[in-house]
Design a protein around this ligand. Sequence first.
Ligand code: M6P
Ligand code: ZN
Length: 190
Amino acid sequence: MKPLVNRMDLLTGEVPSGATVVIRRASDMKGLYQNRVALEGLIKAKDPVVYQVYNVAVPERNGELQHCVSIIYPGKVGDEYFMTKGHFHARRDTAEVYLGLRGKGKLLLQTEKGEIEVLDMFPGSILYIPPYWGHRTVNVGDEPLIFFAIYPGDAGHDYQTIEAHGFRKVIVERDGKPVLVDNPNYRPST
Ligand code: M6P
Ligand code: ZN
C-alpha cells in the first residue's frame, strides 16, 4: 500500500475520486423504522437517498485504517429521523472515531447486553466509539449531517445483530425537538 491523499468537499461531503460510494435509499431501510406505513409511502413517492458513505479504498486487513465520509440527509420516516442502519464491528474488540463536520446529529451506542449511550454530533465534535459498542448515527437537524470516520482495517460490519434486536431507544421528533424514547419493538438478546 502506497501513502495517499484524497479530497472531500467540505460543504457536500462528497469525495469525487479515490473512494467507493455506498448509497442507502429508503427502500434499503426496511424493518429499521417503527412506522412501516410511513416508510412504504416514502418508497412509493420517490424512494429518497437517506444517507451515503464515501469509503476510501484501503485493504480490509489488520494494520490498515479504514476511513470514510458519511452524509445523512435531513428527513424523517413518520416522526423518526433519517439515520444509518447501525452496526457492530464483526471483530467486536475494535474501536472507531468520528469527527463531526457539518450539521446536527446524535450518535446512539449500545452494547450487546443493552446498555445505551447517546452522544451529540456537531461540527468539531470528536466522538470515541469503544470496542463492543454498536453504533447508529441520526440526523436531527435540517441540513446534511456530515462526519469523517476512522476504524481498524479488519473491523468489518455486522448488521445482522442490529437487524435482529434493534436499538433499545429510538430518536423521534416531538414539538420540533429530538427526544429519546423506548423502542416498542426492541428484542433483547436472551
Ligand atoms: C460511519 C462508519 C462506517 C459506516 C457508516 C454508515 O461512517 O461507521 O463504517 O459504514 O457510518 O453506517 P452503517 O454502516 O451502519 O450503515
Ligand atoms: Zn463502525
